[in-house]
Design a protein around this ligand. Sequence first.
Ligand code: MCN
Ligand code: CUM
Length: 798
Amino acid sequence: QHDEDGGPDPETYCGHGRGGMGEEVERKEDKRFITGRGNYVDDIKKPGMLHCEIVRSPHAHARIENIDGSRAEAMDSVVAVLTADDLLEHDLATMPTLMDDTQDVLVNDKVKFQSQEVAAVIAEDRYAAKDGAQKVEVEYDVLDPVVDAADALEKDAPLVRDELEDQEDNHIFDWDTGDKEATDAVFDDADVTVEEDMLYQRLHPAPIETCGAVADWDPGMDKMTVHMTSQAPHAHRTLFSQVSGIPEHKVRIVSPDVGGGFGNKVPIYPGYVVAAAASYVLEQPVKWIEERSENIQTTGFARDYDMTGELAATEDGIIEGVKVDVLANHGAYNAAAQPSKFPAGFFNIFTGSYDIEAAYGSLTAAFTNTAPGGVAYRCSFRVTEAVYLIERMVKVLADELEMDPAEIRRKNFIPSDAFPYESATGWNYDSGDYEKALDKALEMADYDHYREEQQRRIANDADKLIGIGISSFTEVVGAGPGKQCDIAGIEMFDSADLRVNPTGNAVLRVGVQTQGQGHETTFAQIVAEELGMDVDNITVEHGDTDTEPYGLGTYGSRSTPVAGAAAAVAARKVRDKAKSIAANELEAAEEDITWDRESGEFHVAGAPDRSITITEIAAGAYMNHPGDEEPGLEATNYYDPPEMTYPFGSYIVIVEIDRETGEVDFEKFVAVDDCGNRINPMIIEGQIHGGLAQGIGTAMLEKVTYDDNGNVTGGDFMNYLLPTANEIPNFETGHTVTPSPHHPIGAKGVGESPTVGSPPAIVNAVVDAMSHAGVSHVEMPMTPDVVWETLDEVGLSR
Ligand code: MCN
Ligand code: CUM
């Protein structure tokens, strides 16, 4: 099980052959997924279940003059038409967002973005609901919309939020970080400074499964059960209870199988609330399932950061200062899904992997007539934007100084012996060895060869140019600590509850919720490792607030750093108790009992033939428990992480650009990741492949676009382009292992690394192919027309 880099720390994790840490255990969940037995929200059918269709505004900005549902109500199978007035009776016409704003559930007064929720039709089947929705007549007084953040901050811009008392313009908040004075001083004295504008365009998380809910109010039990697409069932339960007034112990949220989350399913959407309100009023189950276009047009979007970056450096390429200014488009409500004390998410990690003396960042956020959101899509709370900024800027600086971009990175990396390291903006990096990852990637990419090939093509005036892009990113994942990070006031800890049965198998319940990441396998592996059990004998349960311990959910790649730690600690608590039972069973003193990780047994010191497994101990715990111990064998842990974890990696992308068509081909795509100790290398590999594909989508294809009237112009998958197998090259992946010093099993998160780390590598590669002609930046998505125009501007086109 040990690979060339040592794999799991050999001192601790040996890969005991029963499916523990570091073993490529096949995903337990895949059997049901590949045999069509997954259980998604839309698979849930209840007796008497009604269907909800939402009537949405065709306008981006309009006052509602009148809503007439009578023609819909007259239809046979339509049961009810709901408007804001109906919800007002139950105080449900509005709901809080995760950033303390108030969003309309159904619009009462003024529509603020296209496809906003205006009314709901409840019918006996989905077709009738849809027909009914088309018969609801809404009179609008159409207003001028503003869709661009810079336009929104102009003096005469239409006011998006005129219902807010103190809101005289579209400005939401200003935020800054770092030391302005010190940074300005560094810039004043610097040998060289560079500056670049770059837009991180608005993206759509695009899970295959859209959002949906089945709400079921049971008047006999006074209980509301909502099956819904949720990345955070417990937090959603608390918010549901607070908004609806139904006591929390009478609310049950179940997140069954989720067909991809990618951050889309962190916020609460009006559709969930409408379904619940309808079920409450009608006393029947109500299902709401979003269509693809509804999802693209209204769901929590990602990015939309317009950034200006600056670096100050010495002549020989030592980066002394970094500055960034951001204009953030937050849409019609401030509804970013992120820890509440971080209005710009974790964007202030923009010093990246580099030891930079001075840093300053400032940001202005604006309301526009576009859907709300801002944090989603494998983003680690805006680390994506931060990594893009710094990794792009390092390339800009390298070109300015005519230095090799690998060399300049090497010169500026936080040295491996400097950890724990505090950055200029106050982050405490736990561990890293950036140079090692870069060296490995350079070797895998055959870097020197391609540099020569690149020069040869330029010299020969070849039809196809070569570009080489690097990104050496650092991530920050695993929020809490609870004191720094909370969602709507709830501290961001996580939890695990482990019960070993009398027959020696176990159930682990966790507070996080998988959306495809393989938790049913990897969390079982953690327990298998800690208790020496066979991984097949451990079931992982999640997503049901009636049975699982309270947790904050899965996003920000926090499951492994936080709930994974809780699982390990819970298992160790069980092992502690097992030890005293072992002593009892083996008729030895407890201090003579030792645990052997390799064999998964307790031994009596000095008597190697006297041993006992957890399975045998489990029987003892229920059938022959020691008099001074409680019967049973279980433990719970609520884990508040002392720090976040800082996974990192180096990606190298080699592209070939066709000077005639602007088409970009991936010649080589190398990704070296370090997520500390690895639980399941195969699952990690899958996470990396998926995330790199999404990084390619970001860099090459994806953008949510609006016309001047606020219409979403790419509201379906024909126009919002996702990468397919055609666009995805072969990935060559590698890894290094730098354990997290504070995590019980030394693991860091990995789920978002590839999407965070790859876009700048891809853009750097495309820029690199043209930088000899003076190109310093190309905006994403780098579709062939964009690339061709850039080629043309600098005289490289054919
Ligand atoms: N893992 C491991 N060893 C490590 C770190 C992680 O084996 N050292 C495994 C984990 O145990 C887990 C998987 O890799 O099975 C991802 O773990 P982690 O990095 O902890 O991330 P989360 O489980 O918290 O997943 C969230 C992350 C986010 S925020 C988005 S967005 C995203 C992503 O995961 N959404 C996904 N990957 C996704 N993958 C799928 N298939 N579907 C999504 O919706
Ligand atoms: Cu930012 S997308 Mo993930 O954190 O669910």
